[in-house]
Design a protein around this ligand. Structure first.
Ligand code: ZN
Length: 262
């Protein structure tokens, strides 16, 4: 389906505006602060940010990354989160059009953006996103015939269970805690949204990308090999790749190994 270009522009703007709200979640959820009150303010000088300084992406550029009142630097993370969410929303709209699937995947991807940036900074995945996420994914499955509730339920068990086994095995062997419980709940949420078939794909792609980036980082900063890299962002990336390329990549891989027989 082809829509007028204004639809795509609107999808991008909508994603950016929601991205602005996601920034608030990223800043406040780890501190257990309210995400609705108080209104946006500069963290340095408490200057209350007026609407014209709070326009996603644009205000950062106009203000050249500085607070209007105290001139202290505004984190580049703000426009980055807005841009990422705007592009994800645009790509979802191009792929799925105005549909229930679009709405569900939009909610999912927005949660992934929040989880990624919180995990990068604090090495935690907030339960307030992943636990309701598991429930939401399961409820949505009743309205998505291609998914189905049983597939979603098995997805929750397969997603949570597989990482739990990895974590338990790792702990048993090394007597150290390796993977956090947050990752287990996150993959259970993904299983709820996409069903059990998505689980091996997400584990495989996230481990592959995670290893490549992990090894690269270790080589760059040679001495610090105990660098803690959170796994959540890679799981989120794996799930987003699954949304856009999952089916094609699985078919390509199975075709390559001859299982599909062309
Ligand atoms: Zn300020």
């Amino acid at each position: 389906m082809i829509f007028p270009v204004t639809f795509y522009i609107f999808a991008f703007i909508f994603g950016a505006v929601v991205g602005s709200f996601l920034n608030v979640c990223i800043c406040r959820l780890p501190k257990n602060e309210s995400i609705v009150f108080p209104p946006s303010h500069c963290p340095i000088c408490e200057y209350r940010i007026p609407w014209y300084d709070n326009i996603p992406i644009i205000s950062y550029l106009v203000l050249r990354g500085k607070c209007r009142s105290c001139k202290s630097r505004i984190s580049f993370q703000y426009p980055l989160v807005e841009l990422i969410n705007a592009l994800l929303t645009l790509f979802l709209f191009i792929r799925f059009g105005p549909s229930f699937a679009f709405l569900v995947l939009f909610l999912f991807c927005s949660s992934m953006v929040v989880i990624t940036f919180i995990d990068l900074e604090h090495q935690i995945i907030p339960d307030v996103i992943s636990l309701p996420g598991i429930v939401a994914g399961f409820i949505f499955s009743f309205f998505i015939p291609q998914l189905g509730w049983l597939n979603s339920l098995i997805g929750i068990i397969a997603g949570g269970g597989s990482l739990w086994l990895v974590a338990a095995g790792y702990e048993l062997i090394t007597k150290k805690e390796g993977m956090g419980g947050g990752d287990i709940k996150l993959l259970a949420m993904m299983g709820a949204f996409f069903g059990w078939k998505a689980v091996p794909f997400i584990i495989f792609t996230s481990s592959l990308i995670g290893s490549v980036i992990g090894i690269t980082l270790m080589l760059i900063q040679k001495k610090d090999s105990k660098l803690a890299i959170p796994f959540g962002p890679f799981l989120a990336l794996g799930a987003i790749l699954y949304i856009f390329f999952g089916r094609q990549l699985i078919h390509w891989y199975l075709g390559l190994s001859g299982v599909m027989g062309g």
